[in-house]
Design a protein around this ligand. Structure first.
Ligand code: WTA
Length: 645
């Protein structure tokens, strides 16, 4: 934690949409009169039929219900595309930078309109109708954004699945929301390596059959097409018109489902709806990044995650901004890539994750300092707590000490940024996400749910709704209530720990549940465990996070083998491969420890607290182990720990 304060620079305040006095006044009004505040700001997007009701929400445990602008109608794709044509038709909507530094494309709003309309007609041709679910499993190419907006245009609900997920994970997500159409590409391209997307879809479809697969050609690689099910996008697009009328949608009609990991069970289908989500994504994009007309904005996330949804596609495009979409990775062809791209396209606002910053920090300053970066004006961070060392490097080396950093805290569930500095209003403290955005009411509770006042540390809850909030877990409203509103009844529980300092600044301390954050990706420990125990040689597994220099948290797996199995290094490698195949490379265990026994209470519950301490190599403070069924297993675990300092 750092106590240094970085005041708002005068020149930043001078051009900002919001300075501190405005923040104070707007924040006060947003919580005292949410109907008035959001009634006004809801007009930032175009409505077909204007709303007359604004907020109708209840966090009551027995009756959780969240509706915003409920009698208004709109179309999200018309808001992100059509409404800009008159003023910005020839302006770039998307700048696409390929994996190969010699490849890039500029897509104007006119181009975007044509492409989205065509894509929508292709989907119609595949029988996709309003309310149908469409799974999108794509590389970072403009067609991913076209596909999302095409769904929104015809009222289909998209479920984007990150291209790094395995066929099994993809099948699970296709099945859960019962989608009959998948959009994919022949292959993806990342860091010079090919990702076999279409072949993964084929494998997934063996488990979760679909009626149609639309394949975009990216690499031209050799793939199999199944007659009657698979079509090439470019062939279909040639046959359809480039006009498709946007469907009138209710504010509360679903826009998308996005699967995310939690403490227990399978990933949840987080469901977001149309009106409130778009108002919130566009408003946060404008104010948090202090976006001004004509600026080039780059968020390095993948569209497979919520950051890509809200801050590559929906927020920026709703604002008529220019959003840069990057196909590649930060270290290819070399560790200077991000900064070279900033210079190549004159990027003004750059938004990335701490894990990337730490990795590039390790590669040496010269990769940064040999670039100009003079176009940069604002830096952003998202996905995990940013340690003050990384913050300071980002600020001094990348930003040359002149670009404020917005450390934005939020979640898949929240739809948009909830706690963040506003560059013209908020003095910065490295490592703190600072203050709540308009309409957001954070509170800190102790383990009993008692509200803590003033400077305090505990669990972070949000006490009332905001327009971007998820509405339900797709197909399982009860799970929504149990996951988010049961721990502290009447409050939305974030799953994060948090400290509030004397100035009312919030410092997120990390997850307090069984979710780990690996390189900014959320991973449920239960998912990795169930992948491990699916291996025939494994009898039991317990997975915890441990501090990792680059990834933030690494995955530490304790594995008990079946009777008679040899605990070899070869088997460790086999288990890592197995988890990659089951879930995807992001779930690969970093460390595996073979454990003849796991620490369990007499009732058979695994004591993860002890496993976490050993994984952190801080076993001096194990606490009370007397309730264990067999306290001696702990000694063996300590002796054979994999993470010795
Ligand atoms: C963590 C990503 C600290 C947090 C947008 C949260 C952060 C989880 C920050 C959500 C931040 C995200 N500081 N922690 N600025 N941003 N987190 O759903 O633990 O992929 O609960 O959404 O990431 O991850 P998700």
């Amino acid at each position: 934690m750092s106590d240094t304060v970085f005041p708002v620079p005068a020149e930043v305040a001078a051009r900002a949409h919001i300075v501190d006095a405005q923040y104070q006044e707007m924040y006060r009004r947003s919580v005292e009169d949410p109907d008035g505040f959001w009634g006004e700001h809801g007009k930032r997007i175009d409505w077909i039929k204007p709303y007359t009701r604004v907020k109708n929400t209840s966090f009551d445990y027995h009756n959780v219900s969240i509706k915003w602008f409920e009698d208004g109608t709109l179309n999200v794709s018309a808001n992100c595309v059509d409404r800009h044509l008159e003023k910005r038709g020839d302006k770039p909507a998307i700048i696409w930078e390929g994996d190969d530094p010699n490849e890039h494309k500029v897509i104007t709003y006119n181009d975007l309109h044509r492409e989205v309309n065509k894509f929508a007609n292709v989907l119609h041709g595949q029988g996709v109708k309003k309310g149908d679910r469409v799974t999108i499993y794509m590389p970072m190419i403009p067609e991913a954004a076209y596909a999302m907006l095409a769904c929104a245009r015809i009222g289909a609900i998209h479920s984007v699945v990150f291209g790094g997920f395995s066929p099994d994970s993809l099948a699970q997500r296709i099945e859960d929301c019962k989608s009959e159409c998948v959009i994919t590409a022949d292959e993806g391209l990342r860091g010079g390596r090919k990702v076999p997307l279409k072949s993964n879809v084929d494998k997934a479809a063996e488990k979760a059959p679909v009626k149609s697969v639309v394949v975009v050609r990216r690499t031209g690689g050799d793939i199999a097409m199944r007659e009657g099910r698979d079509v090439w996008y470019h062939e279909e697009a040639d046959r359809v018109s480039d006009h498709c009328r946007p469907v009138e949608m209710n504010a509360e009609d679903p826009l998308f489902i996005l699967y995310t990991s939690g403490s227990t069970g399978k990933p949840k289908g987080v469901m977001h709806t149309s009106g409130g989500y778009l108002v919130y994504a566009s408003m946060t994009h404008e104010y948090v990044f202090d976006y001004h007309e004509g600026e080039i904005y780059w968020c390095t996330a993948d569209v497979g995650w919520v950051t890509g949804h809200s801050y590559i596609v929906y927020g920026p495009l709703a604002n008529g901004a220019t959003t840069l979409m990057f196909e590649g990775v930060p270290t290819y062809p070399g560790p200077g890539r991000f900064w070279e791209v900033c210079d190549k396209h004159d990027v003004n606002i750059f938004y990335t994750a701490p894990t990337a910053i730490r990795a590039l920090m390790g590669a040496g300053d010269e990769h940064v300092t040999q670039t100009s970066r003079k176009s940069l004006r604002l830096l952003g961070s998202v996905g995990e707590p940013i340690n003050p060392e990384a913050w300071t490097w980002y600020y001094n080396v990348v930003g040359d000490g002149r670009c404020p950093i917005v450390d934005t805290w939020w979640q898949t569930e929240t739809g948009g940024i909830l706690i963040t500095p506003l560059p013209g209003a908020t003095d910065l403290k490295p490592g703190s996400a600072t203050r709540p955005f308009f309409g957001v009411q954070p509170a800190i509770v102790d383990s009993e749910g008692k509200f803590l006042e003033g400077a305090s540390e505990g669990n972070l809850v949000i006490t009332d709704s905001w327009p971007g909030q998820m509405r339900t877990v797709y197909g399982d409203h009860e799970r929504f209530i149990q996951t988010y509103f049961a721990t502290y009844k009447g409050q939305y529980f974030t799953g994060d720990g948090c400290r509030r300092d004397e100035d009312g600044y919030y410092w997120i301390t990390g997850r307090v549940d069984d979710v780990i954050n690996v390189s900014g990706h959320r991973m449920g420990t239960a998912e990795v465990e169930s992948a491990l125990v699916a291996h025939p040689k494994v009898s039991e597994a317990a997975v915890v996070g441990y501090p990792h220099d680059i990834k933030g948290q690494g995955i530490y797996a304790y594995v008990t083998l079946m009777e008679g199995q040899e605990p070899t290094d070869e088997l460790k490698k086999e288990l890592v491969r197995h988890v990659r195949n089951e879930i995807g490379p992001i779930a690969s265990p970093d460390l595996i420890q073979f454990a003849p026994g796991l620490p369990k209470t007499r009732s058979g519950k695994i004591m993860r607290r002890i496993l976490r301490k050993i994984a952190e190599d801080s076993f001096d403070s194990l606490g009370d182990t007397s309730t264990l069924a067999d306290p001696t297993v702990v000694d063996d675990l300590i002796d054979n720990r994999q993470n010795r300092a």
